[in-house]
Design a protein around this ligand. Structure first.
Ligand SMILES: [Zn+2]
Length: 123
């Protein structure tokens, strides 16, 4: 009986250290995602780029404001703006570039409000 308890403890310890090792080797999900995105090539401006951003990073472009329509970029890519819209394409590319280089959403948002303020493209 005692032996079973000891074996049980040994098994638990082994499983625990195995899990710890797994956690160390496994890069975190965010890093994995960035590595995946870096391997991809953002398509040239147009329908392909809209589709790419919508598919690969909807959660990111969903938080960035479009300077021409003041909606979120994800809405532009879902039809709010035409696929040849300059600001939507440029801001999407910029968002992708900044994100794969490890910039935070807050950082990208601040950059956009400074460099691509809403309405500026209409002037
Ligand atoms: Zn737009």
């Amino acid at each position: 009986m005692k032996r079973i308890v000891i074996l049980g403890i040994v098994a638990l310890v082994l499983a625990g250290s195995g899990w710890g090792l797994y956690r160390v080797i496994q890069p975190d999900a965010h890093e994995q995602r960035l590595a995946h995105l870096r391997q991809l090539q953002i398509p040239a401006a147009g329908a392909a780029r809209f589709a790419f951003l919508k598919q690969e990073m909807p959660d990111i472009v969903g938080q960035i404001t479009c300077s021409c329509c003041a909606k979120k970029l994800i809405q532009c890519y879902n039809g709010a703006c035409p696929v040849n819209c300059g600001p939507c394409n440029e801001q999407g590319k910029k968002t992708y570039d900044m994100y794969v280089h490890g910039k935070s959403i807050a950082h990208i948002q601040a950059y956009m409000s400074k460099n691509h303020p809403v309405g500026a493209s209409r002037m």
